[in-house]
Design a protein around this ligand. Structure first.
Ligand SMILES: [Zn+2]
Ligand SMILES: [Zn+2]
Length: 426
């Protein structure tokens, strides 16, 4: 009977010694044996799989060509924006026509009906300006709630050439994002504690640099215009879809509508394609902003942390399952919620370099990307790491400011932890 766990074994492929750590996958650095034993993530549907494939190709192309120059000035971005504005012009045209017909045909039923229909369509197609969550599930912080956090954001914003944000929404995911909301185009940072918690202070600066870089490069404005145009086009495709059980007359209408339907669909696919390439480019440029703010080294480290997205999600789920199987005693729930983020940071912090190396290789094999809007993570990392002139850190948070920010996030941390423990087991 074997009692002691072996600390090394021989690689079945090349026969070299490979270290064994029961917490992680055993693999061979020499020949690559067992680098990626997990089944590849199942793509969400055929269309998403196709987009990911194209995204990977754009990401590789841009990596090879090199990305520099002014953001959003390349042909695909300019064309995407022109196409999107054209789509919105059609919506505006419908609204104007609706008003003209309403006013011109005053008193006639047909004038009233046609005008109302045109206005109704324009209303449905109108561009939407985002909004903040109001469910209370996701805590929203304003400047007065978290002066140190907003101060750090301002500092990073100044480095990357933009202004700070108006609100921070705190979530659980191992992710972050920026967008705008309301008619005044206020700015919101979506901050996932699953990522924020496992980052060192300088990696956090790099993360903020990346996100604020999207504002500096005009990506959010561009994104709003294009996203709304894509939405409008999808609605057009829906309006023009054939009746499933047509009568004779409807069958004729279906035939007549096939041409505009395919034309609209073509524009939709074209716009999506142009956008894919433009967003990949925007990500590389935002990584550049990350390096300027937090240093090239910190931005490279951030890329390694992004490879842990699945591990973080798994940890949070495990915490939730453990707390729920312990029974309904509120004491054990409280306990689970209180220490959640610290335990997560500790577990992730204990991951050895050898495991990161495996994750990097597995990511390269899979073409890992956060989603189809991002280039593969190993290419983003490579671009940063191979920079001819690495950036020093422009923003260096002090220990005091780091502690103050953590204290400001304490309330949000426990509210989000409660939701994780309650929901993530399902
Ligand atoms: Zn081997
Ligand atoms: Zn980004």
């Amino acid at each position: 009977m074997e009692t002691a766990r072996p600390q090394a074994k021989l690689c079945p492929d090349c026969g070299r010694d490979v270290p064994v750590d029961p917490r992680f996958v055993t693999w061979c650095a020499a020949c690559g044996w067992n680098v990626d034993p997990g089944a590849p993530q199942a793509p969400e549907g055929r269309l998403e799989a196709l987009r990911r494939q194209l995204a990977r190709r754009h990401g590789e192309q841009l990596y090879a060509e090199g990305v520099d120059g002014r953001p959003l000035k390349d042909a695909s971005s300019v064309l995407a924006r022109a196409l999107a504005l054209l789509v919105h012009a059609v919506t505006l045209g419908l609204a104007v026509a609706g008003v003209v017909i309403l006013v011109g045909g005053i008193g006639t039923f047909s004038g009233w009906a046609l005008g109302a229909v045109l206005l109704g369509i324009a209303f449905v197609l109108r561009p939407r300006l985002g909004s903040l969550p109001d469910s209370g599930e996701e805590p929203v912080l304003y400047r007065a709630d978290a002066p140190s956090l907003f101060g750090l954001i301002d500092e990073v914003a100044a480095v990357v050439g933009t202004r700070g944000v108006d609100a921070v929404v705190v979530g659980a995911e191992a992710n972050a994002a920026v967008s705008t909301y309301g008619i005044r185009r206020r700015r919101v940072l979506w901050l996932g504690l699953g990522l924020w918690t496992v980052l060192t202070p300088r990696q956090r600066v790099a993360l903020l640099g990346h996100e604020l870089g999207h504002y500096a490069n005009g990506d959010t404005r561009h994104g709003t215009i294009v996203h709304n145009a894509l939405r409008s086009l999808s609605l057009w495709v829906y309006f023009l879809s054939p009746e499933p059980h047509p009568t004779m007359a409807e069958r004729l209408a279906n035939y007549l509508m096939a041409v505009p339907r395919w034309a609209v669909y073509g524009v939709l696919v074209l716009l999506d394609q142009l956008t894919l390439r433009a967003t990949q480019r925007a990500e590389y440029l935002a990584d550049e902003a990350a390096a300027r703010a937090g240093s090239t080294e910190a931005a490279v480290e951030l890329m390694d942390r992004i490879l842990l997205t699945d591990s973080v999600a798994l940890e949070l789920r495990r915490e939730s399952v453990a707390a729920q199987t312990k029974g309904r005693a509120s004491a054990s729930r409280d306990e689970a919620e209180r220490g959640l983020w610290d335990r997560l940071a500790e577990r992730i912090g204990a991951i050895p370099e050898r495991e990161y190396e495996r994750l990097r290789r597995a990511a390269a094999l899979r073409g890992h990307a956060v989603d189809s809007t991002h280039p593969p993570t190993h290419l983003r990392r490579g671009r940063l790491a191979e920079a001819a002139a690495p950036h020093p850190a422009a923003v260096r948070p002090t220990e005091d400011s780091t502690a103050a920010i953590e204290a400001e996030l304490a309330g949000a941390r426990s509210r989000v932890a409660r939701r994780v423990i309650r929901d993530y087991a399902g």
